[in-house]
Structure formats: structure tokens, C-alpha cells
Design a binder for this molecule. Structure first.
Ligand SMILES: *Cc1c(COP(=O)(O)O)cnc(C)c1O
Length: 241
């Protein structure tokens, strides 16, 4: 059997075991296959193994792949998960279904108005990226400022606020990993509870956290969407990461 198919089976098994250990239903956790740096053929292989949600980090590479696979579009859902500059928002608004990496209002406003130029497209699904490790170089808004940004995005047309995304600093220590994920979950739950009846919050259900090396810790702390690249497609060329 082809390795992507086998890898997908292994990742799905890890999700099941982690969910069981956390007394959660495996169906609560969606698997996003991060296909950055891998060709469209790799996406097709994963699709034939039942994978439909794919994540891309680089606008140009992602748009090219989406266009190459246009015929499969009805089955595929494309998530933009990389850093987003304002001069690239139009392409993202035109081609992607989700954006996980919104960390300032200006980007959300541009995505909102540009999505409006494509009336045939459904609303763009948006997660706010939070910076849980407070590293100066990492993208993401601080946990303290996340609520205010969410409130502003909830009011925008053509986009739907779906939840929070985080990439904690890598750590080999599972308890460090869990602490970082727990902080994001607390912020997420707080926003959910305090705003459950507010307009623009009816679909605030997504906690996007966990990657190849820390998906168990993320699932233990309530992740609803894990973003997995290496464990599905193999190691990436360092230069392009
Ligand atoms: C590359 C990437 C991933 C996947 O990372 P792996 O360690 O390869 O699973 C997940 N999320 C984001 C934002 C990424 O850039």
C-alpha cells in the first residue's frame, strides 16, 4: 500500500486513541492534512484515502494547487494556515474556504470585503490565531486581546467566525505542551460561554491546535481540528518550510 494511505491510517488511529484517553468522541476531532511543499498528486492520493480537508501555508503555492485540482473542488475543502500579508488577502479570499491565521482586524476586513466580490462563494470561515507562547517573532494576537478581535470579526459580512488557532512553541515535554494548549482552550471556552447568544458567534466551535508531534496533547486539551503535515506526507525539504 502507498505510504500516504498507510500514514493516514496511522494518524487516524492516533486520533482515536487520544480521543479515547480523553473520554472524547473521535468524530469531534477533524483532521486537516497539511500539504504544503507537496505536489497536487500527493493531495489526490490522500483524497482517495478519504481525506477531504487540506491546509496550505503559502498563498501562491496553495492557489496553484487549488487550481490544478479544480476538478476535485466539490470534494475538497482548502484551509489557509500560514502567515498572511495584506497584499495577499485577495487571492486567499478568492480561492480558500477557511483562514486560520487571522491575527489583526485589518486582514479580516480585507478578507471580508474581498470575499464579497465573489457572490457565488459561501462565507469565508475564519479562526483567530493566538500567540500562546508570547514569542516576539511568532504570529498571533495575545490571549488577552483575542476577545476584542473576535468581537470585531463577528460583525463583518462575508466571513464567519469559527474559533481560535494556535501554534505553541515546540516542546519535547508533554506537560509543557498541554499547559500551552490548556491556556488556548480556556480562552476559547471563555469566549464561547460569554458570547454564546451574541450575533456572529453561532458557529464559534473550532479549536485548531495540534500538529504531527503534539496532536495527543492538543486532543487531551480539547482541540477540535488538528493540522498534520509530516506524519501524513513525510518530511519536508527544510529550505521551503
Ligand atoms: C506546517 C504546519 C503544520 C503541520 O506541521 P507538521 O509538524 O508537519 O505536522 C501545522 N500548522 C501550521 C500552521 C503549519 O505551518
Amino acid at each position: 500500500m502507498n505510504s500516504i494511505v498507510v500514514n493516514l491510517m496511522k494518524v487516524r488511529e492516533r486520533i482515536e486513541l487520544a480521543a479515547l484517553a480523553a473520554k472524547r468522541e473521535p468524530e469531534e476531532i477533524e483532521l486537516l492534512a497539511v500539504s504544503k511543499t507537496f505536489p497536487a498528486t500527493a493531495v489526490e492520493e490522500a483524497m482517495h484515502a478519504g481525506q477531504t480537508a487540506f491546509g496550505e501555508n503559502y498563498v501562491q503555492e496553495g492557489v496553484e494547487k487549488i487550481q490544478q485540482l479544480a476538478k476535485l473542488r466539490p470534494w475538497l475543502v482548502w484551509h489557509f494556515i500560514g502567515p498572511l500579508q495584506s497584499n495577499k488577502t485577495r487571492e486567499v479570499a478568492e480561492h480558500f474556504d477557511w483562514v486560520h491565521s487571522v491575527d489583526r482586524l485589518k486582514i479580516a476586513e480585507r478578507l471580508s470585503s474581498q470575499r464579497g466580490e465573489f457572490p457565488d462563494l459561501a462565507e469565508l470561515q475564519i479562526c483567530v490565531q493566538v500567540n500562546v507562547s508570547e514569542e516576539a517573532t511568532k504570529s498571533g494576537i495575545s490571549l488577552a486581546d483575542a476577545e476584542e478581535l473576535c468581537d470585531a470579526i463577528a460583525k463583518l459580512p462575508n466571513v464567519i467566525l469559527r474559533g481560535l488557532m494556535a501554534i505553541p512553541a515546540p516542546s519535547a515535554d508533554p506537560s509543557d505542551q498541554r499547559q500551552a494548549f490548556a491556556r488556548v482552550r480556556e480562552c476559547f471556552k471563555h469566549i464561547q460561554i460569554t458570547r454564546f447568544s451574541n450575533p456572529g458567534y453561532q458557529f464559534f466551535d473550532t479549536l485548531s491546535m495540534g500538529m504531527s508531534d503534539d496532536l495527543e496533547a492538543a486532543i487531551a486539551e480539547g482541540s477540535t481540528m488538528i493540522r498534520v503535515g509530516t506524519a501524513i506526507f513525510g518530511k519536508r525539504d527544510k529550505i521551503t518550510v
